[in-house]
Design a protein around this ligand. Structure first.
Ligand code: CA
Length: 131
C-alpha cells in the first residue's frame, strides 16, 4: 500500500474546513485538523504532517506566530490561505517562511494544485539532500 501524504488544515471556520477536507480526502490525502494555534503546534510536533494549510486569523494566536514557530525547527511546506489580502501581510508571511499564499475566497482546485506543487518540490528537494 502506498503511504499517503498527510496535510494539516489549521482553520477555525467549519465551512472552509469541510470544503478543504472533502477536496483533499477525495484526492487521497490524509487530513488532520486543528482549530486553534495551540492545537496546531501540538499536532505539528507530534504527528509531523507533510504540509500545513494555514489560516492567519485564529482564535488564540496570529497565524504568523505559527509560521515563525514551525520555521524555528522545520522546513515543512506551509501554504497560507487567508482573507488578508494586503501586500504587507503577504510579504510578512513569505519573509517568515511561508511557501505559498492564497487569498480567500479561494478555488479549491487551485488549493489542491498548489498543495501538489509544494509536496512535489519538497519531495524532490528531500531526495536531493539524501544523496
Ligand atoms: Ca479564521
Amino acid at each position: 500500500m502506498q503511504i499517503r501524504d498527510s496535510i494539516l488544515i489549521i482553520e477555525d471556520d467549519n465551512s472552509i474546513i469541510n470544503l478543504m477536507k472533502a477536496v483533499l480526502r477525495s484526492n487521497n490525502y490524509e487530513v488532520l485538523i486543528a482549530r486553534t494555534g495551540n492545537e496546531a503546534l501540538s499536532i505539528v510536533s507530534s504527528q509531523c504532517p507533510n504540509l500545513v494549510v494555514l489560516d492567519l486569523g485564529l482564535p488564540d494566536m496570529d497565524g504568523v506566530e505559527i509560521i515563525r514557530k514551525i520555521r524555528s525547527w522545520s522546513t515543512m511546506p506551509i501554504l497560507v490561505v487567508s482573507a488578508r489580502d494586503h501586500e504587507h501581510d503577504k510579504v510578512q508571511a513569505f519573509d517568515l517562511g511561508a511557501d505559498d499564499y492564497i487569498t480567500k475566497p479561494f478555488n479549491p482546485l487551485e488549493v489542491l494544485a498548489r498543495v501538489r506543487s509544494q509536496l512535489r518540490r519538497y519531495t524532490m528537494l528531500g531526495a536531493a539532500q539524501i544523496r
